[in-house]
Design a protein around this ligand. Sequence first.
Ligand code: HPA
Length: 237
Amino acid sequence: MSTPHNNAKKGDIAKTVLMPGDPLRAKFIAETYLDNAVCYNEVRGMLGFTGTYKGVPVSVQGSGMGMPSIGIYSWELFNEYDVENIIRVGTAGAVADNVELRDVIISMSASTNSNYAAQYRLPGTYAPTASWTLLSAAVRAAEAKGSRFHVGNVLSSDTFYDDANSLADWQKMGVLGIEMETAALYMNAARAKKNALGIFTVSDCPLRGLSTSAEERQTSFRDMMEIALETAVSLGK
Ligand code: HPA
């Protein structure tokens, strides 16, 4: 069995998947951290690998950018490949004043300006929420590492280049950071009765006009990836 977007056969993918937006980052995680990693997908260059971390099977697959893209890949993982847990590992822009470059954000919830929830025909506003099991495990892992981290609400935006400049309004509502995928991931997980979490490293600060160099990003990415991998291990085989 395969899908239009994924060549993997059933059983090729572990029950826990780390999902960076960039497929080359998936390759980096597989090569850096996983033992015996095997590539299971190359369709559209959206590389996916399965290996083990501390003896626990873990997969890592790119999601692409934006909610339509992560919507497709995460839907297929949850509904066609029996994946139980998806941990998005990505970058976010700082929104809250106390969030600094290279900090880690663990997203308890994901506000959005997207219309993704319309498909569920709900008579109100849905609140996309992380899995408590994954969230609490990630917080324990971040505390154990001594990382500087924040837990709270992120904004999943449909736009990177936005004409309206509305970030200050989201900031007033306590949003910690901005990214482009997590709300759809949380909705797909809820609909499939599965678990999801978004963990981010802060790569830039649009409100303050700051950004990190590629080299600086590499180290803080490692913190985030190690938190995600420890979370995966805590879930067992
Ligand atoms: N906007 C949207 N997504 C992002 C940003 C941003 O400023 N930084 C990292 N991901």
